[in-house]
Design a protein around this ligand. Structure first.
Ligand code: ZN
Length: 330
């Protein structure tokens, strides 16, 4: 997948819009300061006068003008800072503020796409196509505990499905809060329809809202891409996607175990999970398989990675899709 022209234009337009907004907000801050600390307006006037005067003198051949101007400007700026601080403002309050300081909201650094551009691109290419619509419906604000039984204590667990679900949700929320440099991983396991995918979507939505790059793929689609990439060449669109799968902040693999399994898928899965661990990226996997079945389906290497580096969250309950259908909600 590559960006179409209109997709590219829409990203660039968004940068343009952001730059205008930055300028607008800066203007508002400057206005506010001139109102609160009028002396700063005089200092700003002095700064421009000094710069213009010095330029004229430099043009007239005054060799010392540049050094004098630098000293004078440093002095004026220091006075400004002192005044700002005295009223409790940060020293950069009147400067331009950027959403991405790395590229100053241009999308490019030294002629190369900035990380924020790549994120926007990923959002457009993959996330939007397969998840952005879904997470409008499936997110924490639409999550309901009413589908989880609150009467029967699950043997061996010592609590009801609803009590257990509250804990699972809390772990997911904590995962989102702590999603930073080292991102961590979650395996959601449980039978069909208990809400694993819904929960994975909740996590994806929260992280997308925080501008992390998220790719969501069913296990079948994931392995499909792997097999295409195997025969692909660098620079192919599928290869780009493959690179993003290894490198996005969060990868959601939905319904692991439903794909056609063989030694190729197992080794590809190991490579993918292991590579993401090395890169400290976050992965959330949902599966109907029990841990034993997981061990039987994939190699020991795969399961041992999951057992060691994933938070295993079993989800209990009735088939919610079935209940919704019975109650006529779907
Ligand atoms: Zn940037």
């Amino acid at each position: 997948m590559a960006l179409s022209n209109s997709q590219y234009d829409s990203i660039i337009r968004e940068y343009g819009r952001q730059q205008l907004q930055n300028k607008h907000e800066q203007d508002k801050r400057v206005e506010e300061i001139y109102r609160v600390i009028p002396a700063i307006r005089e200092l700003d006037d002095a700064i421009s006068t000094t710069a213009v005067d010095s330029a004229r003198k430099m043009l007239a051949g005054d060799g010392e003008a540049l050094a004098r101007m630098k000293a004078a400007l440093a002095d004026l700026r220091e006075q400004k800072e002192i005044l700002l601080r005295s009223k409790g403002y940060p020293p950069d309050y009147m400067e331009m503020h950027y959403r991405c300081p790395d590229c100053r909201d241009t999308g490019y650094v030294n002629g190369k796409k900035c990380h924020c551009f790549r994120k926007a691109q990923m959002r457009l290419l993959y996330a939007q196509s397969n998840i952005e619509e879904v997470v409008k419906r499936e997110n924490f604000s639409s999550f309901s505990y009413e589908y989880y039984d609150d009467r029967t204590v699950i043997p061996g667990l010592g609590r009801t499905a609803r009590e257990h679900m509250r804990q699972v949700v809390e772990v997911c929320r904590q995962y989102i809060r702590e999603f930073g440099e080292n991102k961590g991983n979650i395996l959601l396991t449980g039978s069909t329809g208990v809400g694993k995918t819904f929960l994975a979507n909740c996590v994806a939505k929260e992280l997308m809202d925080r501008y992390y790059s998220v790719i969501y793929l069913s296990a079948c689609d994931l392995f499909d891409i792997f097999s295409k990439t195997k025969f692909g060449r660098q620079g192919d669109e599928d290869c780009d996607l493959y690179g993003d799968i290894l490198d996005c902040d969060l990868l959601v693999i939905d319904d692991l175990g439903t794909e056609l399994n063989n030694s190729f898928t197992s080794s590809q899965l190991f490579y993918c999970l292991n590579e993401r661990l090395n890169r400290k990226k976050g992965t959330v996997i949902s599966t109907n398989l029990s841990l034993n079945a997981l061990r039987d389906t994939y190699t020991e290497r795969v399961t041992s990675r999951i057992m060691s580096y994933y938070r295993i969250l079993p989800v209990y309950g009735d088939d919610i899709r079935l209940r919704k259908r019975q109650e006529g909600r779907e």
